[in-house]
Design a protein around this ligand. Sequence first.
Ligand SMILES: [Zn+2]
Ligand SMILES: [Zn+2]
Length: 264
Amino acid sequence: MRIHALTTGTVRAKHAFVFPSRGPRRQLDLFLPGPWSDPMPIHCWAIEHAGRLLLIDTGETAAVRDIPFVRFDVTREQELPAALAAADLSLKDVSEVVLTHHHGDHVNGLVHVRAPVRINDAELRFAETAFPRVMRRVLHQPLPPGFAPEPFALDGGPFGAFPRSRALSDDGRIVAVDTRGHTPGHVSVICIDDSHRHVMLAGDATDTLEQLRARRADAIAPDPKAHVATLDTILAHCAQNPTVYLPSHDPESAARLAHSITVS
Ligand SMILES: [Zn+2]
Ligand SMILES: [Zn+2]
């Protein structure tokens, strides 16, 4: 098995997004003036395993527009085709795409993809409810044209500390797990690598490892308590299994993957 960190440009977020206050200001602060983070990567992931090439998320495109609490820096030369080429991979070899959640910086690269696309059914249902629809309209963040991923259910029983999962490979070494919180149907993907480590492609379960350790819900989770419960499950999983924890926007993720650095 080979896992590649692909990078499709960078993003900066308001400090209030990365370190939200508690209570009613959690979301209000996102729309008020304030300091910004340094640029963070927009990663997606390619997994070569058993003769297949699986993509987890597809990254951002240059067409994206800034929103009040997130600023994007993506050129056409940084979109998915080039990100794959940088890893000596090609779009035509992609067998399948699995999405962690429906946010633009994870799905907009689908404009390049012809392979089948899958997403957790709970996430697809959430994306079609009123609040995300209105926010996409207000923030000028439409889903990519033709967005119609095939839903799957997390009906494969427990995996490690996670009560709900779904195998994504025949041999069970690539598994989607329920990491609801950032969005209600968010999943992460755990790969059991050739050294039996668990490489967790965490999506936006947290933005950083620091946020996981701090057990801090993010600024946009619809239910912060549910988000913290998921962070506790991830920490329990990391305590039971040597786990390389890789959020999509953590500046340290690529180095942790390259050096197989586990959460300790
Ligand atoms: Zn997100
Ligand atoms: Zn994201």
